[in-house]
Write a protein that binds this ligand. Sequence first.
Ligand SMILES: NC(=O)c1ccc[n+]([C@@H]2O[C@H](COP(=O)([O-])OP(=O)(O)OC[C@H]3O[C@@H](n4cnc5c(N)ncnc54)[C@H](O)[C@@H]3O)[C@@H](O)[C@H]2O)c1
Length: 277
Amino acid sequence: MDDTGIGVVLLGYGAIGQAVHRMLAPVADSVRVLGALDRAALEGTAGQVRMAGPAGQEVPVLELGAAIELADVILECASPAAVRAYGPGIIGAGTDLLVASLGALVDGRLRETLLERGPGRCHLSTGAIGGLDLIRASAGTIESIELSTRKPPAALLHPGLPTALRASIARAETTGSSRHVFGGSVADAVRLFPSNINVAAALGLAAGDMDLVRVDIVADPSATLTGHAIEVHGSGGHYRFGIENFPDPDNPATSALTARSTVSGLLRLAGHGPHFI
Ligand SMILES: NC(=O)c1ccc[n+]([C@@H]2O[C@H](COP(=O)([O-])OP(=O)(O)OC[C@H]3O[C@@H](n4cnc5c(N)ncnc54)[C@H](O)[C@@H]3O)[C@@H](O)[C@H]2O)c1
């Protein structure tokens, strides 16, 4: 990559990866997409090296070694499993990583490997919410954080759900009424909804303690937006954030803001301000 920008490899080329590719096209002199590392693409193309990108662009499909070799930064927008599988190798090889699937970091050992060992640097995307700067600044003074997330049932359903929970979410759909389907810790929320509740892990990471965060999830068949109501209480003050996100058109489980947040993060890594710190 030349001096005027950074090169990024997209780890995950689904709704977020493709939206990021589209959004970066006009600023390619600052952040250039060098390729994508995607399980489905690697399996599906059987040796072919390209897949269709936005507006007719193509992007090389890369294996991990080539991705590490080429990239200034790898943007993970795949799954918590991908963070576990690839994160330590990327950081250990000295390449920087920007993580969207923050739920993976409920695992303390992985968190330490990614955030503290280096030599690559691990950056955390703000993803689908805001206010993390304030929570980070208040770490040590926070007594509790309550997160109540409201999504349409279809955005919560996934093949790995336990039968009873699946039935509870499906009942919201069939009765047409909203239903509280989960209450508990970040670790349990992430275990049951690995790709749906990264915001809970983001709050715990910002606060410096996952155990401060209580998570409630409501399946709401009338919801057209994804809602996150966040209440933070502590000796430094009380804060409330209400976030209502439009879903990504390609994946109802993902808020469209998430791709924009990762683009904003990449531009910041490329030196673009303004920098709020
Ligand atoms: N931080 C946040 O607020 C936030 C919000 C939404 C989504 N996310 C995370 O972003 C992830 C991607 O979201 P999306 O809407 O683009 O999902 P998506 O299902 O549309 O796309 C995911 C892509 O990643 C690929 N992939 C998945 N696991 C992989 C692995 N182990 N190795 C290689 N490729 C793999 C899949 O083949 C797919 O193409 C979600 O799983 C979620 O964890 C974070």
